[in-house]
Design a binder for this molecule. Structure first.
Ligand code: UDP
Length: 328
């Protein structure tokens, strides 16, 4: 039997790199692609000496060419933290829209099945709780998160259009907050922010009064859900996330306990349009894929903390608000 070939965009990122590992483990030939604006080659360095891995340094917002056969495409290229998309709003819009269009075109040309990474951000600041896939969302198109949320909503619409008009095999995963090793310590997200602060001996910055909620999924669980969805025959969106909901204040307390820091929680202004509550309804994933998360927050946080602790000191000191991005 010939080896199945998969293209993974955003391969050097947090989720992309874990997907590369998973598909290599399953015996696929993996082509990784990344423009390295927010990705980091360290995440996939261990794959470069493998025969069944290759890497293209390329921006998928521009025409994408991959020679030879492709059976699957997973589109995971995108800035994904509020700080990143505030810094690089145009690239964020382009990779979700133009990038998705290019990859749908590539999938059609190669007769490949494509799975696109969508997000709980399509629900915006939700008025339905928990969020199921039939909820249409409450998104501010012109707010700071609009560049990400609307790009992802366009991505879903475009993907569905290729499915219905061209009969392309498509999959849409709506990813809720996910954490684990290889998250960028300085991406501004709440978990690396809190752990970084604890490791540097700073106070933990909860935004607003800390009463907003999130539900955090450990990366291995998420990858399993995505793998099952890709191999399923279901083209409608599927939520993948962990429904174990917690307030940001309680989350900060958990990090204080985990790290043993003697620092306290301080409160800062709540960013514009910050969703007040978020929790996936995963009934569809359970019914269709027989999938549900297995790793508790206690277990997952411990592994993630050990990862952050093992990073070189320079990484810890990088200021998330000071990172320079190339303009393209
Ligand atoms: N947050 C916080 N302190 C921080 C960073 C984030 O309290 O230093 C809050 C943020 O306001 C949001 C939640 O944590 O309510 C999750 O933020 P994150 O950026 O991780 O992801 P989001 O789910 O908002 O996309």
């Amino acid at each position: 039997m010939t080896m199945k070939r998969v293209l993974i965009t955003g391969a050097a990122g947090f989720l992309g790199s874990h997907l590369c590992d998973r598909f290599i483990k399953e015996g696929y030939h993996v082509t990784g692609m990344d423009n390295l604006i927010t990705g980091d080659l360290h995440n996939i360095e261990h794959l470069f000496n493998l025969e069944n891995f290759q890497f293209y340094h390329h921006d998928v917002s521009k025409f994408v060419h991959v020679p030879g056969e492709l059976h699957y495409i997973l589109h995971f290229a995108s800035p994904a933290s509020p700080i990143d998309y505030l810094k690089i709003p145009i690239q964020t819009l382009k990779v979700g829209s133009l990038g998705t269009h290019n990859l749908l075109g590539l999938a059609l040309a190669k007769k490949a099945r494509i799975l696109v990474a969508s997000t709980s951000e399509v629900y915006g600041d939700p008025q339905v709780h928990p969020q199921n896939e039939d909820y249409w969302g409450n998104v501010n198109p012109v707010g700071p998160r609009g560049v990400y949320d609307e790009a992802k909503r366009f991505q879903e619409a475009m993907t569905m259009a290729y499915h219905t008009y061209h009969n392309l095999e498509t999959r849409i995963v709506r990813i809720f907050n996910t954490y684990g090793p290889r998250m960028r310590l300085n991406d501004g997200r709440v978990l690396p922010a809190f752990i970084g602060q604890a490791l540097r001996g700073e106070d933990l910055t909860a935004f607003g009064d800390g009463s907003q909620t999130r539900s955090f999924c450990y990366v291995d669980d998420l990858i399993e859900g995505i793998y099952r969805l890709l191999l399923s025959d279901y083209a409608q969106p599927v939520n993948i996330g962990n429904p174990d909901e917690i307030t940001i204040k309680d989350f900060a307390e958990e990090i204080i306990k985990l790290t043993g820091t003697t620092q306290k929680i301080i409160y800062k202004e709540l960013p514009t349009d910050d969703p007040k509550q978020r929790k996936p309804d995963i009934t569809r994933a359970i019914d269709l894929l027989g999938w549900e998360p297995k790793v508790s927050r206690e277990e997952g946080l411990k592994i993630t903390y050990d990862y952050f602790r093992s990073l070189p000191k320079e990484k810890l000191e990088e200021n998330p608000y000071g990172r320079a991005f190339a303009r393209r």
